[in-house]
Design a protein. Sequence first.
Length: 325
Amino acid sequence: MDLIFQSIHSFGSSIGCFMNAMLIYVVLTKSPKQIQGYSLLIINFAVTDFLICALDYMLMQRLISCGMSILYISMGPCSRISPQVCYFIYVIQLHLYTHSIWLLLISFSYRYYVMIRSELSKFKIQLIILLFYIPSFISNVNVFISDGSEQLSREILTQYHPEYNLTDRAVSGNPSIIEFGAIYDIVHVVGLSMPMTTIILIMRKKIISKFGTSAVSEKSKRLQLQLLKALTFQACIPIFYVMGGSCYLVQQFNIINNAAPQYIMYCLFLLVPVLNPMSSFIFITPYRNFVISLVDRTYRKISTTQTATYQDSSTTENKKSRTNI
């Protein structure tokens, strides 16, 4: 089971890093002037998701609920260093997850704002992003200071799951989920996704209602519609946070108390940063054209190489045949 779990995380995090790195490049080089301001939000999304995927590769985390405690079993490269390093990486990753949700709300709000007002300056957009980063930063600090020692975490694990043999794994955790830091963390991650998705869908409806009355050119309107489609696709992605959070809740309330939800939770979380960049590549025309062009060039290059190899092979065989004659 561990090998399958590690393979999923290795593959998913690698794909996510590649997709988000490519999105950063495309946004910086291919963004139309009409969305220069909004492109800052896309870059923030891509950088956040890239970091989440990179940290996921380092962690390959498994969550185990033990009564009023939460334990984290790390099977990634960080486990070769120390449980404290794994926990530190986890804290950073967790606050990036919540920041990604806030970025989605900012994106929808910004699209609605520019339809009734004017574009914001890049400085103001960055300032707004910074202000909305504060709740995630608070979560980061709270979770970090509520860490328990490795010895205490292993004692809790032995008490609740004596059947688990995890001596070669990095074990860390929060000894008590009723502390403020742990409660804030759980509410922020598990409880934020559903109301945020509801608010985003309401914002989407408002944006659509404004399309008919907005005094913009047809070209700008088409571009805004593409952005709206991309955002709508992204608005559906946080459902994986809800599903992942449900894996924790079924453990916490002893509905299902086996290894399946322990492994699945962070696999579901990983789908979010992997799928996010696809929304821009699929629905925003300049970005989509770049991807199509890249795939076409790659295909042509492979075809040319294969043709040249085949011709060289045929020439060699003909020479051998003439020599034998």
